[in-house]
Design a protein around this ligand. Structure first.
Ligand SMILES: NC(=O)c1ccc[n+]([C@@H]2O[C@H](COP(=O)([O-])OP(=O)(O)OC[C@H]3O[C@@H](n4cnc5c(N)ncnc54)[C@H](O)[C@@H]3O)[C@@H](O)[C@H]2O)c1
Length: 288
């Protein structure tokens, strides 16, 4: 059985990821500064801002008879701009990501998947994107300390993989993550489309995001790479043609988009990782 440490496993995406990995036969330890909402014997408290604490958590867990860890999913972070002063977000996210990557390097853990962010694509798009749907093919445009911390994570991933050609560090640029209860707010978006312009009306179901994590862990690739991860549709009933006419009238389309097709392209993740979102909200939210 493969042994995986999930950082931030007590959080929104972490909970879905731990559940998905366990359901698919992985032995998972949740490493987080906060305990999970339900008691879990495979939980270790750790502050990823501290390198020694991170080393101790990763190296010290006794998985039965061996301490070998097969992979790390790094989700722990301040998950959005505006929740703390910018300098705090930068410090927590950048140091945590460095400490996790460095600990993996020291321990020889070569399979890492971590949470980057859609914000690197230019959110809140006060400057319109170069084209739509947005993808991984244009230079990133961080506009906040949060987004900048994710760019530094992507750059660290490239350098760590340069130091170790056998390492794999996959960054997933998640769209706005939705747990089941979050769908109750979609009517608010419909009433005020301008409020969701910042991320091009996109979203990703936490269960689909977790699927992307698992597929990235299982992908037979090497080096540092990044993938946009969104659901296939928008969060809106209003058609794209209307939204684009109102909010992005001068942006060209890279390919044709249907009325409710996501304006974040996950095509690269589908092609290379085999990602296939399953939990769209349009036919009714699957609340399992
Ligand atoms: N939620 C979104 O819409 C979204 C979108 C794109 C990317 N992401 C990224 O996905 C990841 C998970 O996001 P989430 O929505 O589950 O966030 P969350 O806040 O629900 O979970 C983050 C977890 O990280 C833990 N954590 C924070 N600082 C820590 C530290 N110093 N040491 C140990 N643990 C620490 C928290 O206790 C929390 O349990 C983050 O990296 C976030 O930036 C989230």
């Amino acid at each position: 059985m493969k042994r995986i440490i999930v950082t931030g496993g007590s959080g929104k995406l972490g909970r879905a990821t731990v559940k998905d990995l366990r359901a698919n036969g992985y032995d998972v330890v949740n490493a987080d500064i906060a305990p999970p909402s339900e008691p879990d014997p495979r939980f270790v408290r750790v502050d990823f801002e501290d390198l020694n604490d991170t080393m101790d958590a990763f190296a010290g867990w006794d998985w039965g008879h061996t301490r070998q860890v097969d992979g790390v999913v790094h989700l722990a972070a301040i998950p959005a701009p505006g929740r703390m002063p910018a300098g705090e977000v930068m410090r927590v996210n950048t140091m945590s990501t460095y400490n996790v990557f460095e600990t993996c390097r020291r321990l020889g853990i070569k399979n890492i998947v971590w949470a980057s962010s859609e914000t690197l694509l230019g959110s809140p798009f006060i400057v319109p994107p170069p084209y739509l749907p947005v993808d991984e093919e244009y230079p990133v445009r961080p506009k906040t300390a949060y987004s900048l911390s994710k760019l530094l994570g992507e750059e660290m991933a490239r350098q760590f993989c340069d130091w170790d050609p056998d390492a794999k560090i996959v960054g997933l640029r998640f769209s706005n993550v939705k747990a089941i209860g979050d769908y109750d707010r979609f009517p608010e978006y419909e009433a005020d489309p301008a409020s969701r312009r910042f991320n091009l009306w996109s979203y990703v179901d936490a269960r689909d995001a977790a699927q992307a994590v698992r597929k990235a862990l299982e992908a037979d690739i090497k080096g540092a790479d990044v993938f946009v991860i969104a659901n296939d549709d928008t969060a809106m009933t209003t058609a794209n043609s209307e939204l684009l006419r109102e909010y992005f009238p001068d942006v060209s389309l890279k390919r044709s988009v249907g009325d409710h097709d996501s304006l974040l392209s996950s095509e690269k993740a589908k092609r290379i990782l085999g990602y296939q979102p399953e939990f769209g909200w349009r036919e009714g939210v699957d609340r399992r």
